[in-house]
Write a protein of this length. Structure first.
Ligand code: G3I
Length: 448
């Protein structure tokens, strides 16, 4: 299926929702409100990125969701998640034909309850193949790979914003060649076959090619991936985005031409994502540069760091992340947040009559508080018809609403409130259910 035949869907809507969104953090005790676009700066990575039409995410290890220190940072700071290992082929199909979605589903449910976007990682890869697949070749392997893509993308349909359809298919070094693997040996067209199968299974997810060491524009590997994407676009192979893993360590440091790489891929008509960022010893300059480079390229949709605390990292001895092992913010965190806050919001068109899908601003006013519940009102500006996504922290629950049409996600914790002609202010009552400190978060505001 060619890109042009794609149905407008969830992916497009969610992307629009991040354009000038209003990720509003409420400081419950002081009643202070951080407003998007106001002089007061956002105080979390996700909220600040959202104000600039981006996400800021992290890789998550599902086993750590039981660690409250970990989950507290996750829920507070990030508005996008990638499963670090739980959506890999060996995790999802340990025996041929036997799919094991438990851990991956748990992550998706957690993300949805918090209003976070989910990146699927990864459908086809030479690594982390289960034993049964490692032993396959030829048509049998090609069909097994395509079946995996179809089954998994179908299972998660409607819940994944971006799929890393194919991961790490090119060689390092100067050859610019494909990496040798059992998948490559099934024929050079295995990558496009995987993309076509993914598009068919989930037409509304954005489909990405993801790799490491494609950050330096002058590298042969970067150029080879660039040529593949160019070729795919010219032949209508359904590719929407390129993920630059950006593991900056040792031999692959942050390159000064990184912005050129991002903008060059974007110029091919694909979005770019920074998908697995970590930097040895977390230097503030390099982290700041990455953020500034992403913000400078309109099609750079967001940044995902590869773990939360240094102790969670796959290379923990290098301390490459934004939080130390005790969960405290490192200088790199401050540099990233400041760079995000200094970034300009994306253009929104005419602010009084934005086109459908463009942004609006939602401003929260805390209302009356009782022993067991509290009121909140939200005023929308920049649009006369709109939808606003509000996330509630469980076990709190919204018990009643007014002046809008609400719908809910399956968790019941994320409400989408749509205008119903009764003005630009809606409100709701939230039952505390034992949690008296949490307050609602506005995830996005979308006009039209
Ligand atoms: O969970 C088992 C544990 O039960 C067992 O005792 C232990 C010893 O073998 O292994 C544990 O599984 C490990 C898993 O991480 C969870 O910690 C695997 O062996 C190990 O191979 C796996 O490593 C992951 C690696 O990908 C390989 O899939 C890393 O966590 C993960 O961070 C890393 O992520 C990759 C991206 O997917 C692609 N880009 C590069 C990136 C870094 O290598």
């Amino acid at each position: 299926m060619a890109n042009s035949s794609r149905a407008p869907g969830r992916s497009r809507r969610l992307r629009a929702a991040l354009v000038v969104s209003a990720a509003v953090g409420l400081l419950a005790t002081a009643g202070a409100v951080v407003l998007p676009g106001s002089a007061s700066a956002a105080s979390t990575l996700g909220a600040s990125a959202a104000e600039r039409g981006r996400y800021f995410g992290t890789a998550v290890a599902v086993s750590r969701l039981n660690d409250s220190a970990y989950t507290t940072i996750l829920n507070r700071e990030f508005n996008q998640v990638t499963a670090e290992n739980e959506m890999k082929i060996d995790a999802l199909q340990p025996n041929q034909g036997q799919f094991n979605y438990g851990n991956a589903d748990r992550l998706v449910q957690h993300a949805r309850s918090q209003g976070m976007l989910v990146r699927g990682h990864t459908l086809a890869w030479h690594s982390q193949q289960p034993g049964w697949m490692q032993n396959m070749s030829g048509t049998t392997l090609r069909n097994a790979m395509l079946n995996h893509v179809t089954q998994v993308a179908t299972h998660f349909r409607g819940q994944i914003e971006w799929w890393d359809v194919v991961n790490e298919a090119f060689q390092d070094g100067s050859s610019g060649a494909r990496r040798d693997s059992n998948l490559q040996r099934t024929g050079n067209d295995w990558i496009e076959a995987a993309f076509r199968a993914a598009r068919q299974a989930d037409p509304n997810a954005d489909l990405c090619y993801n790799d490491y060491n494609i950050d330096n524009w002058n590298d042969a590997k970067t150029q080879a991936v660039y040529r593949m994407v160019q070729d795919f676009k010219s032949r209508g192979v359904p590719i929407d985005c390129v993920g630059l893993q950006s593991h900056f360590t040792g031999g692959s440091n942050y390159p000064s031409n990184y912005r050129t790489t991002l903008s060059s891929f974007a110029a091919l008509g694909v979005d770019v994502h920074i998908t697995e960022l970590d930097i040895r010893n977390a230097p503030t300059d390099a982290y700041r540069n990455v953020v500034n480079d992403c913000l400078a390229v309109a099609r750079c949709k967001g940044i995902t760091v590869w773990g939360i605390r240094d102790s969670d990292s796959w290379r923990s001895s290098e301390n490459p992340l934004l939080f130390n092992g005790s969960g405290q913010k490192k200088p790199a965190y401050d540099a990233v947040l400041a760079a995000l806050n200094n970034g300009t919001a994306p253009p929104t068109g005419n602010p009084t009559t934005p086109p459908p899908g463009a942004g609006c601003t939602a401003t929260v006013t805390p209302g009356q508080v009782w022993g067991d519940r509290y009121n909140t009102s939200v005023t929308v500006s920049g649009a006369s018809t709109w939808s606003v996504v509000v996330a509630i922290t469980a076990p709190q629950k919204i018990s009643s609403t007014w002046s809008g049409n609400p719908t809910w996600d399956s968790s019941g914790n994320v409400m989408t409130m749509r205008s119903n002609g009764s003005g630009n202010t809606f409100g709701f009552t939230t039952m505390m259910n034992g949690n008296s400190s949490a307050r609602p978060q506005i995830r996005s505001c979308t006009a039209g």
